[in-house]
Design a protein around this ligand. Structure first.
Ligand code: PHE
Ligand code: ZN
Ligand code: ZN
Ligand code: ZN
Length: 293
């Protein structure tokens, strides 16, 4: 529970002493003010719930697209802007957001591209992919069908970096799910782009919907993305080819206060941004391997 957390004695519990509240289901002020210890001291066998103050907040997606390119075949790339409240969220996901901004600035507003390229910086990923879900829901059926491909970048500078590509066809035996046809092309192009950026043997990672591509694949849009790893541990074989520390998390500061400015492997971030730029550029020019929808 964050700041402003209160302990509420659950008045919906039928076994509660009447002194806690007159109306079942309504938490009386006195109960809210009681701590768990106080309730126990007072001999109340209450069910104790931890509750966080609910605040209504507005979150926004930031979307920008090229003025050029075929509007009927849009290549989208996105990264979430929000973090968990525990920390600044520099690797998760300042890294993906900044990398995507760099690619967008270098591509420019009016590249001579075949496809329109649309960038999205999502809000409210951490509370359940809310920004991306609302975006996909908000499109007309026709505009959804215009999406040729979605590429996602969530955590691309982990301090003990893995070089991982979403396993879009679920052929790598990593769990997750096979994505819509074309997701395997995204996986292949991103893998080749990492190799060209100097990475030895990039590996697949579960395509399980744990980030903003989830609502896109649910809508049938082929998708892919890069990831340098969160709480999972680097294997000895991975440390051998990529460096870093075997047996330690890719990002031991994942969702904690230490996800600050020092929580970035700049070499990993650099290779990822290079690979992002070349993959986005490839699909802006050439949609070979991405089926028409
Ligand atoms: N979406 C997760 C988060 O923001 C990170 C993550 C990305 C985990 C991709 C697994 C795969 O916390
Ligand atoms: Zn996160
Ligand atoms: Zn994230
Ligand atoms: Zn695969």
């Amino acid at each position: 529970a964050g700041a402003g957390a209160v302990i509420i004695v659950n008045t919906e519990d039928a076994a509660l002493p009447a002194t806690l509240g007159e109306t079942p289901g309504v938490v009386p002020t006195a109960a809210v003010q009681k701590t768990a210890g106080e309730a126990l001291r007072d001999g109340q066998q209450a069910t104790l719930l931890l509750a966080t103050t609910i605040q209504k907040q507005t979150s926004r997606n930031v979307i920008a697209e090229t003025s050029t390119g075929d509007p009927d075949r849009v290549v989208m790339a996105g990264a979430h802007l929000d973090s968990v409240p525990e920390g600044a969220g520099i690797n998760d996901n300042g890294s993906g957001s900044a990398a995507l901004l760099d690619v967008a600035q270098k591509l420019g507003a009016a590249p001579p591209a075949g496809q329109k390229v649309r960038f999205a910086w999502w809000g409210a990923e951490e509370i359940g992919l809310v920004g991306a879900t609302r975006y996909v829901e908000s499109l007309s059926e026709q505009d959804r069908a215009r999406l040729a491909l979605y590429l996602n970048f969530d955590m691309v500078g982990s301090p003990n970096a893995g070089y991982l590509v979403y396993d879009g066809d679920d052929s790598d035996g990593l769990g997750g799910q096979p994505g819509p046809a074309g997701s395997e092309t995204a996986e292949q192009v991103l893998t080749d782009a990492l190799v060209a950026a100097g990475v030895q043997g990039p590996e697949g990672t579960a395509f399980d919907g744990r980030s903003d591509y989830g609502p896109f694949i649910e809508a049938g849009v082929p998708a892919g993305g890069l990831f340098t790893g969160a709480e999972e541990k680097k294997t000895p074989e991975q440390a051998q080819k990529w460096g870093g520390t075997a047996g330690q998390s890719y990002d031991s500061c994942y969702h904690t206060p230490c996800d600050g400015l020092s929580n970035i492997d700049r070499t990993a971030l650099d290779r990822n941004v290079t690979a992002m730029g070349s993959a986005i550029g490839r699909f802006a020019e050439d949609l070979t391997g991405i089926p028409p929808r």
